[in-house]
Design a protein around this ligand. Structure first.
Ligand SMILES: Nc1ncnc2c1ncn2[C@@H]1O[C@H](COP(=O)(O)OP(=O)(O)OP(=O)(O)O)[C@@H](O)[C@H]1O
Ligand SMILES: [Mg+2]
Length: 328
């Protein structure tokens, strides 16, 4: 199968945080490619490095205490990691936009929604105020908000409306890539479903690439075209959504799937994965999942498995990928 060119390509990204004299590596070689017109789900437990990965893409990693140890993030023919801040600013918000879990934190409480989006359009797109105003009306409609919201302050909107307003702001400058970091976690289920549908619609209309970040594999399966599973700062498996669910090859992915509540087995206990994510400092040379893995053997503790590509562009980092399934 011929591969499409990537919109964004992360190669061997390693990031550490320093606390006093102690340096902790939190991204241990991330490899991830996002195509245009694709929703790429990044799923993993809390602390696995999802937000650190997204802040690297958008150039907002706090350096220090963070340090980029190695890696590249290619976008638009450039390595974003090597761009000076003034050039990075031309990408952030313009070509790469972000939607956060807590819109309240990122919408300025002192300005009306309309004013905030108009400012973005004037700054990044060089639009005049009048045409920017008209565009904001269009954008609000597109995300399912009444045009009256143009004159609302963020605190006057409900959680779901704020999230829609933030999506309107994110797409205002016609970005090529949107990073959505747990965008629905703070919403109730009905609103979650609506926001997912909106993101899908926008992806189709605008041919966007979307990096959709969540700790919820079920949610990711609802929206993503392709899914990457991250564990302790490393992608352990990546495949199309269909392929991943049809044929999960990494034991961690397999166990995550077991922990999705099954509608048919209502009331049955949620499977949990025994053990805990090891502290970054405790991960030795081997596979970070080995201490929780039901099929780990000695070699898993000694050397980190590299990526192997299987059929259907399905990549996995596990020595025993798909081999000993009767245990799981
Ligand atoms: N500013 C910081 N200083 C020190 N360590 C940090 C900082 N930000 C993140 N980390 C560490 O980096 C690791 C990855 O954090 P990250 O926020 O990327 O996790 P996450 O996958 O987004 O989790 P969650 O699902 O809870 O949002 C964690 O171990 C975290 O403690
Ligand atoms: Mg996070």
């Amino acid at each position: 199968m011929e591969r499409m060119a990537s919109l964004l390509s992360i190669e061997d990204l390693r990031v550490a945080f320093s606390l006093g004299k102690k340096e902790t590596t939190v991204l241990r070689g991330i490899n991830l490619s996002i195509l245009g017109n694709e929703i790429h789900g990044l799923v993993g437990e809390s602390g696995s490095g999802k937000t650190v990965t997204s802040t690297c893409i958008i150039g907002l990693l706090p350096i220090p205490p963070a340090k980029i140890l190695s890696g590249h993030i290619y976008f638009d023919g450039k390595d974003l990691l090597s761009l000076p801040e003034d050039q990075m600013r031309t990408y952030r918000g313009r070509k790469i936009a972000m939607i956060f879990q807590e819109p309240a934190k990122y919408l300025n409480p002192a300005f009306k929604i309309g004013e905030q989006i108009i400012e973005m359009l004037m700054l990044h797109m060089g639009m005049k105020k009048r045409s920017a105003y008209e565009r904001v009306v269009e954008l609000l409609r597109l995300v399912g908000l009444d045009e009256k919201v143009i004159d609302s302050y963020p605190h006057e909107l409900s959680g779901g409306m704020k999230q829609r307003a933030m999506i309107a702001m994110a797409i205002s400058c016609d970005p090529d890539l949107i990073i959505a970091d747990e965008p629905t976690t703070a919403l109730d289920v009905t609103l979650q479903v609506q926001i997912l549908a909106l993101l899908k619609k926008l992806k189709d209309m605008r041919k966007l690439g979307v990096l959709f970040i969540s700790h919820d594999l079920y949610l990711v399966s609802e929206i993503a075209d392709r899914v990457s599973v991250i564990y302790a700062g490393r992608i352990v498996e990546s495949a199309t959504e269909e392929e991943l669910f049809r044929n999960p090859l990494h034991p961690y992915t397999r166990l995550l799937m077991h922990s999705i509540p099954d509608a048919k087995k209502k009331g049955s206990k949620l499977a949990t994965i025994p053990g805990q994510v090891p502290d970054a400092a405790e991960i030795g040379n081997g596979c970070a999942f080995a201490n929780r893995c039901p099929i780990a053997k000695e070699d898993c503790f000694n050397d980190i498995p590299s990526y192997v590509e299987y059929e259907n562009a399905h990549t996995v980092a596990c020595y025993y990928a798909g081999k000993i399934w009767q245990i799981l």
